[in-house]
Ligand binder design. Structure first.
Ligand SMILES: NC(=O)c1ccc[n+]([C@@H]2O[C@H](COP(=O)([O-])OP(=O)(O)OC[C@H]3O[C@@H](n4cnc5c(N)ncnc54)[C@H](O)[C@@H]3O)[C@@H](O)[C@H]2O)c1
Length: 249
């Protein structure tokens, strides 16, 4: 699965699933761009860079809020200056603002749709030109099983993740003739800071519907991302791969 010489940008990769994906791609020899949204996360992003350097790979950390097109364009320009190209994009940045529909504020809706869906549009648009020109590229969007099934209390999140699947398939159709693939991963319940916020009751309920009888780890998602980025996945596009221990089969 060697990614030697490839350049990968993972949005929101200073922690959680994004960080583990970045480390996994670096282990296979890719040069990594660690993206983070706010100055507060600069230190943790730098730590990821150092972990990657310890693996013998190259990495840089760049601050850009994916919801801001100008910041995204600036980031892509810096990547081109540093590494010349971008071969792999993982749209991983995501947030939740969970509450029932009747209590959901317009800001809760807008914030989630902005990061999870518009953010992916912004970064994909900025990078697709580079990939189309070089006639190769891999776009991997981190959706969620919630985008396939819906979930009470997550109408904003579910809409954003379902939207991301529609976006992935459309981009896959547009870019396939140029040698660029676009696929989505739909994780189930993965143990990260995002799921740490859930109550014990919700966690217990979740576990009861997972045939594997355990929660997923960021490594499970990262292994799938690595496969989609590899040579072996060159004929797979527009696909949604569930990584959920059988929860939604
Ligand atoms: N943890 C799960 O169970 C689970 C399940 C399905 C899907 N996902 C998805 O996986 C992805 C990663 O989630 P996680 O569990 O690691 O959560 P996390 O909260 O640990 O990580 C989210 C990352 O996104 C970044 N981010 C947030 N807003 C951003 C912005 N505007 N610009 C750039 N980066 C931004 C954060 O800084 C953080 O690094 C998300 O898209 C999430 O929706 C997670």
């Amino acid at each position: 699965m060697s990614l030697k010489g490839k350049v990968a940008l993972v949005t929101g990769s200073s922690r959680g699933i994004g960080k583990v994906i970045a480390l996994k791609l670096a282990e296979e020899g890719a040069k990594l761009v660690i993206n983070y949204p706010v100055a507060d996360e600069a230190e943790s992003a730098q730590q990821v860079v150092e972990e990657i350097e310890d693996l013998g790979a190259e990495a840089i950390a760049l601050q850009a809020d994916v919801t801001a097109m100008e910041e995204v364009k600036g980031m892509v320009k810096e990547v081109k200056q540093e590494f010349d190209t971008i071969d792999i994009l993982v749209n991983n940045a995501g947030i939740t603002r969970d509450t029932l529909l009747l209590r959901m504020k317009e800001e809760d809706w807008d914030a989630v749709l902005d990061v999870n869906l518009k953010g992916a549009f912004n970064v994909t648009k900025a990078i697709s030109r580079i990939m189309m020109k070089q006639r190769s590229g891999r776009i991997i969007n981190i959706s969620s099983v919630v985008g396939l099934m819906g979930n009470a209390g997550q109408s904003n999140y579910a809409a954003s993740k379902a939207g991301l699947i529609g976006f992935t398939k459309s981009v896959a159709k547009e870019l396939a003739p140029r040698g660029v693939t676009a696929n989505a991963i739909a994780p189930g319940f993965i143990e990260t800071a995002m799921t740490d916020q859930l109550s014990d009751k919700v966690v217990e309920q979740m576990l009861s519907v997972i045939p594997a009888n355990s929660f997923g780890q960021p490594e499970d998602v990262a292994d799938t991302a690595l496969f989609l980025a590899s040579e072996g996945a060159k004929y797979i596009t527009g696909e949604v791969i569930r990584v959920d221990g059988g929860m939604t089969m």
